[in-house]
Ligand binder design. Structure first.
Ligand code: FAD
Length: 438
């Protein structure tokens, strides 16, 4: 910030997080140059750009999105929106995914973002480059990218926003004896629609959002579904055709699946709905002082920045959140760090704070793979970011509606999406009439 009057920011990825970063950077032309948004595909939207294809895309870039054909959102539009940019009134609360992509198109138009996106340009390497200095000085970042046509390019920035998403690289827990399984093995990343599963026996591993939703889709085409997860005793009210079972612990030599409670079954298909790995192939973790594991990244101060490199920001690393609201708060905090509004503690103090927070969670019995899950803690987190960075925090109504939807989902994972809501004001919501999606 000392070297130039305006800071140059690179944004990696044009999904919702990257678009949100671009929107806020563009709104402060006195402080920031227009961002360079790198996007490896030929479109924006990230997860919300549905592609039926599952293999490599013309051998040009891997399929990024894990979206399936009939997906309806699992959050209502009233809490899915970016604050101050509501979805269209005519939409039902739980929309088809195409409505979210349309919403992002409008967001880009409203904030004139698209012309700042370098499509078909994958970031290949991001390197901190030390500048001078005797006083500790600032770091600049070298971003090396390549276009699908093969051209390589290097540009230098004052800050990098990492917005490459984390629902793309399948996480496949090892199952002893899996090589004996004679059926088909798939991950939800490659699931698009249920028809090919009709009348088949399918064991679905994992009962988070995708595991439950996909099981319901499969049951509708008469697949015989066993939903295997760690807490089948807390049975979810699921439709006929879905049986719940304990975790799969192995595959025997004759190809049958063995469950934790000792039962066994044969199946045509084993479908892993076991989540996704963090993957930042363009970073060198040790150079940044980061430990990047499949399901965990640390230390990130405020779940956002490596303490040794406070001009790099990881937007949207956390899980079990309201993503768009979350991105909006994190981006505003990050920009307040860059413009000097937020005075960060020293590197050692930030590292200590992260360590303390993580240890507190571990002591409370949280597994390492869940350390970045926020859920009910997200609201205090947003208040904290807003207080320190001096922006308006999300209205309390978002929290109260998010919690209500959580209760309804638990009560009936099949029907909760039939309910429609309406925000009344900053603190209240009400039920509303259903309106058919156009
Ligand atoms: P992404 O949307 O994944 O976008 C990342 C972008 O970065 C992509 O465009 C990608 O091409 C680009 N990129 C990656 N690597 C590079 C590189 N090296 N160089 C250049 N570009 C790169 N959220 C909700 O709020 N409601 C829901 O109902 C909901 N349902 C979901 C259902 C499914 C099946 C999945 C997988 C996710 C769902 N989510 C939902 C979460 C969803 O991922 C977030 O809403 C949001 O899309 C995350 O945005 P992002 O920008 O962080 O990542």
């Amino acid at each position: 910030m000392e070297r130039r009057s305006r800071a140059r920011v690179a944004v990696i990825g044009a999904g919702p997080a990257g678009l949100c970063a671009a929107r806020h950077i563009l709104s402060r032309p006195e402080t920031f140059d227009p961002p360079v948004v790198y996007e490896m595909t030929d479109h924006f939207g990230g997860t919300w750009f549905y592609e039926e294809q599952v293999g490599p895309h013309d051998n040009v870039y891997p399929i990024h999105s894990s979206m399936y054909r009939d997906l309806r959102t699992n959050l209502p539009k009233e809490v899915m929106m970016f604050p101050e940019f509501p979805f269209d009134d005519h939409l039902p609360s739980f929309m088809h995914h195409t409505s979210v992509q349309l919403y992002l198109e409008k967001y880009c138009e409203r904030h004139d973002i698209t012309r700042h996106i370098k499509f078909n340009t994958a970031v290949e390497k991001v390197k901190p480059v030390s500048m001078e200095t005797k006083t500790g000085g600032a770091v600049t970042w070298e971003v090396i990218s390549h276009r699908t046509c093969g051209d390589r390019n290097t540009q230098t920035f004052d800050s990098v926003f990492v917005c490459n998403g984390h629902y793309s690289d399948p996480h496949l827990p090892y199952i002893p004896g899996i090589e004996h399984f004679e059926g088909k093995v798939l991950h939800s990343h490659s699931y698009r629609y249920p028809e090919p599963f009709a009348n088949k026996s399918v064991v679905v591993l994992g009962a988070r959002a995708s595991g439950v939703d996909i099981s319901i889709e499969l049951a509708q085409v008469n697949a015989r579904v066993i939903l295997s997860h760690s807490t089948p005793t807390m049975s979810l009210p699921l439709p006929l055709g879905i049986q719940q079972a304990t975790s799969v612990v192995g595959v025997s030599e004759n190809g049958s699946l063995q469950f934790q409670d000792g039962s066994v079954t044969r199946a045509d298909i084993l479908l892993f709905c076991t989540g996704y790995n963090f993957n930042f192939p363009f970073l060198c973790p040790s150079e940044l002082g980061l430990d990047i594991q499949a399901l965990f990244v640390t230390p990130l101060y405020k779940y956002l920045l490596p303490p040794g490199f406070p001009s790099m920001f990881f937007i949207g690393i956390c899980k079990i959140i309201c993503p768009f609201i979350h991105f909006d708060c994190q981006v505003q905090f990050a920009l307040a760090v860059l413009d000097g509004t937020v005075k960060l503690p020293t590197q050692a103090e930030m590292e200590k704070e992260v360590q303390r927070e993580m240890q507190k969670k571990l002591d409370a019995g949280v597994q390492v793979k869940h350390l970045l899950h926020l859920d009910k803690d997200q609201w205090d987190y947003y208040l904290d970011l807003a207080r320190v960075a001096r922006f308006t925090p999300p209205q309390p109504v978002f929290r109260s509606l998010y919690e209500e939807v959580g209760r309804q989902r638990k009560k009936d994972p099949q029907k909760y999406r039939q309910i429609n809501y309406r925000l009344i004001d900053a603190t209240q919501w009400e039920l509303s009439e259903a309106s058919p999606e156009k």
